[in-house]
Design a protein around this ligand. Structure first.
Ligand SMILES: *[C@@H]1O[C@H](CO)[C@@H](O)[C@H](O)[C@H]1NC(C)=O
Ligand SMILES: *[C@@H]1O[C@H](CO)[C@@H](O)[C@H](O)[C@H]1NC(C)=O
Ligand SMILES: *[C@@H]1O[C@H](CO)[C@@H](O)[C@H](O)[C@H]1NC(C)=O
Length: 366
């Protein structure tokens, strides 16, 4: 019996090395798996499998994707996770709830994001059946057990440690909670500065949970320039300028998240978390559109009403033809072109990636 162990090991080595491509020699620290958590900005179709109104599974969503069909992504084409994965050379991620995600496909990673969710459990309550953060993290645990059954516990741990992780949430804690209705429960409980402190503290707990689950390279975004989203402009702006109160919320919250991440890295003794300052990146598009090739910044490409910002984007909405000239696809979500520029900044930016950009992270030794 004992003599058969090396044979098993050798077979295991061939299996991992050649069949699954694990453990190959690499000069660069390029992740082989990618995990995504968060809200509609990064959901790639989990909500298609749920009974909820927070979904993007009908035309014209996806109009500029390879299939020209909706997939559950909240954009005209690819979203930020798609474009990051593409740059790294990974296959497109499957939503965790997709039955296709099984066997060898699990080893690419998975997308756990769900439109409508926030940092707080009560955010997006009107969408009823969505995967709130504690459940996205619980699915990540289940995922790891499934992978361990395939490649063993040690290799699974390595896969997770070396993987790239992206988490995007916080916007809904404002637009679908604090500011959803006048005198919301949360706005009654908390003044804005206290609310952003609560969100930051809860976000930190989520990040620590990811760390405990093995994540070691985590890109973190908080919100965009909330007051500048066409859906917010339609309801709260007089002349199409960014709405003051939600801009104030974004300006208070985002720097706190970057600071929290810096302190967390210090505590962990390692740059585990990287802050993507998305509100600055998008605000640059809006304040200097020409520099980025945009023409329309305060109107959605797909929608209706003032600034095309009211209601949902549906087959009955107004639809712009020059989508690359728009920052916003619908009332809240960016166009593929805007996503592309954000991903350029994530990889190669020098201003809005703290403490380093993704190219730098990937060029460091494991
Ligand atoms: C959110 O819900 C989870 C699971 O039900 C719970 O463990 C967690 O403490 C809740 N978070 C907050 C901030 O209430
Ligand atoms: C980052 O810069 C490198 C080198 O200039 C380039 O090859 C790569 O395409 C850039 N990445 C993105 C996402 O723009
Ligand atoms: C980011 O990426 C660029 C190009 O890849 C590199 O030259 C630069 O030093 C990086 N900046 C930071 C802050 O990591």
């Amino acid at each position: 019996m004992i003599s058969s162990i090396p044979v098993v090991n050798i077979l295991m080595f061939f299996f991992l090395h050649f069949v699954l491509g694990i453990g190959g020699s690499q000069t660069k620290n390029v992740p082989r798996a990618f995990f995504v958590f968060g809200d509609s900005l990064v959901d790639n179709g989990n909500n298609n499998f749920l009974i909820t109104t927070a979904r993007a599974d009908s035309p014209p969503y996806g109009i500029d994707s390879l299939t020209h069909r909706p997939s559950g992504r909240f954009s005209n084409g690819r979203n930020i996770p798609d474009l990051i994965g593409e740059q790294i050379g990974l296959d497109p991620l499957l939503p965790y709830l997709d039955p296709e995600l099984d066997g060898k496909k699990l080893l690419n990673g998975a997308n756990f994001a769900s439109a409508g969710i926030g940092i707080l459990n009560d955010t997006g309550f009107q969408f009823v059946n969505i995967i709130r953060m504690p459940y996205q993290l619980a699915f990540f645990e289940t995922y790891q057990k499934r992978v361990a059954a395939l490649i063993g516990t040690e290799e699974t741990k390595k896969l997770i440690n070396e993987a790239l992780v992206l988490i995007t949430c916080g916007g809904n804690d404002f637009v679908n909670n604090y500011y959803l209705v006048r005198n919301s429960l949360r706005s009654f409980q908390y003044e804005l500065p206290a609310y952003v402190r609560l969100l930051t503290a809860e976000y930190e707990k989520i990040l620590m949970r990811l760390f405990k689950l093995g994540a070691r390279k985590v890109l973190v975004t908080a919100t965009g320039p909330l007051g500048c989203a066409p859906s917010v402009i339609a309801l709260r702006s007089r002349n199409g300028e960014c709405a003051t109160e939600l801009q104030r919320a974004a300006d208070l919250f985002n720097p706190l998240v970057t600071t929290m991440i810096g302190l967390l890295n210090k505590k962990l003794g390692h740059d585990v978390f990287i802050s993507i300052e998305a509100h600055h990146i998008f605000y640059d598009f809006i304040s200097k559109p020409k520099a980025f090739g945009f023409k329309v910044t305060n109107q959605a490409c797909c929608g209706q009403g003032p600034y095309n910002g009211l209601g949902l984007c549906t087959a009955f909405s107004n639809l712009c033809s020059d989508r690359d000239k728009y920052v916003y696809w619908d009332g809240y979500h960016p166009t593929e072109r805007a996503n592309r520029l954000v991903v350029q900044e994530i990889f190669n930016g020098t201003k809005y990636m703290k403490p380093m950009n993704l190219s730098t992270l990937m060029s460091m030794e494991a």
